[in-house]
Design a protein around this ligand. Structure first.
Ligand SMILES: [Zn+2]
Ligand SMILES: [Zn+2]
Length: 420
């Protein structure tokens, strides 16, 4: 089995891995959009034969999880290439695509299931459901020509599905020749290696404390697609005796996944329809989208009358109307619950100045979707691969200092998976 990483040996995001077996059959895992690319920026399609012009030796594409940096360039790939992705991951993207045009749909040929192997030509692929900030995310064991490669995808051990990470450590795939391991938290600065990452359930306690110390509304600005965080915020709201308000986008995405995820119909869960989404529904004339949530709908007047009874989990783009509607005042707290890098971008700076102008504090409550160095060490220790190959890291060249048996490869180079 030969492997070519098209993007990811030197950077976080935009991952794309091509694998070929001795029979000349090929599969691709992830077709990500680089994180450096702006929303409307054109990015060249990875140079995989069969992506643009037909090539029958390309058997299919597996998407590990529904984050743009892993599937964002899939729309540039021919429609007749079969795609494999988690069932709920596909449902989530389908639901999101109405609200967020950048969230493409994925027409899946078949779905990934936890530890249920399937074949594509001479390849055998076993998905492992994992813990990550994207819903329905998988690591993949890929076997061909008697060789075994394990790709972590994006993975962590401190989220709501930490038990899946522990299961992987307890029952790891055996005889792995190459471990293709993400290293988002392997940074240029070695000082970061010892960083402890907050657990998702610790965030829940911090949200509860914030609710207790806040007289007004607690407005959490987060991502509608981070369902782990939605669960965290919902649990915190319940413990605090507050109603959780999510927007129509968040409600639609949650309802598209599974019944255990907080969604319209859940106790003390309400739905707010921001201006932008109201306009979208009107323009598309899909009024049933609002009709369906009508029994659970909340208007800002109701929040403004009793802000202490509410907690929001909404996009930060709603901040201005929450303030204008009197739902978020200086008695309330805004919470930044996304990557802090966004705060240094223009929209983040504008938000900070808007909140400062209205004397609304904005603490940060967030944790990473990616494993700490400690958990990466535990993972390597459990799998005991012959070789470790860096991917999804800004400092792949540091792996040899941190793990035994590291092979660094460059983007675009073919290399052989050798047996132990
Ligand atoms: Zn990623
Ligand atoms: Zn991811």
């Amino acid at each position: 089995m030969r492997v070519r990483i098209h993007r990811g040996t030197q950077e976080i995001g935009g991952s794309c891995i091509e694998l070929a077996n001795d029979a000349g059959e090929r599969i691709v895992v992830d077709v990500g959009r680089p994180l450096w690319a702006g929303w409307d920026e054109e990015v060249a399609t990875p140079e995989v034969s069969g992506f643009v012009d037909a090539d029958a030796s390309l058997l299919g594409v597996v998407i590990s999880h529904p984050h743009l940096d892993h599937y964002g360039l899939l729309r540039q790939v021919r429609d007749d290439v079969p795609v494999f992705v988690g069932r709920e991951a596909a449902a989530l993207l389908e639901a999101a695509s109405y609200f967020s045009p950048i969230s493409g749909r994925i027409r899946a040929a078949a779905h990934l299931e936890h530890r249920r192997p399937f074949a594509m030509g001479g390849f055998r692929i076993t998905p492992f459901l994992n813990d990550h900030s994207a819903f329905d995310a998988y690591s993949l064991l890929i076997e061909a020509d008697g060789r075994r490669l394990f790709y972590t995808g994006d993975i962590r051990g401190h989220g709501r599905k930490a038990a899946m990470f522990e299961e992987l450590l307890d029952e790891p795939p055996s005889d792995v020749d190459a471990l293709l391991m993400e290293g988002t938290h392997i940074r240029r600065d070695p000082g970061h290696d010892d960083a402890d990452l907050e657990r998702e359930d610790e965030l829940e306690d911090r949200f509860v404390e914030l609710c207790a110390s806040t007289v007004g509304t607690v407005a959490v600005f987060g991502s509608a697609q981070n369902l782990d965080r939605l669960v965290t915020v919902y649990r915190a709201a319940k413990r605090s005796g507050r109603k959780l308000v999510i927007d129509l986008y968040g409600a639609t995405v949650a309802a598209a996944t599974r019944a255990t995820i907080p969604q319209p119909g859940f106790d003390a869960l309400r739905v707010y329809v921001p201006n932008r989404q109201r306009v979208l529904v009107k323009q598309s004339r899909e009024f049933d989208r609002v009709e369906r949530i009508r029994p659970h709908r909340v208007f800002l007047e109701e929040v403004a009358a009793h802000p202490e009874r509410f907690m929001f989990h909404v996009p930060s783009s709603t901040a201005r109307e929450l303030i204008r509607g009197g739902a978020l005042t200086s008695a309330g707290t805004a919470v930044w619950s996304l990557w802090d890098g966004y705060l240094r971008q223009q929209s983040g700076l504008a938000l900070a100045s808007l909140l400062a102008q209205h004397e609304i504090p904005m603490p940060q409550v967030h944790t990473s979707g990616h494993a700490s160095m400690k958990d990466l060490r535990r993972l390597v220790g459990a799998i005991r691969p012959s070789r470790v190959v860096p991917i999804h890291s800004e400092a792949g060249d540091r792996y040899p200092d941190l793990f035994a048996g590291v092979d660094c490869h460059a983007d675009g180079d073919w290399w052989e998976v050798k047996s132990a």
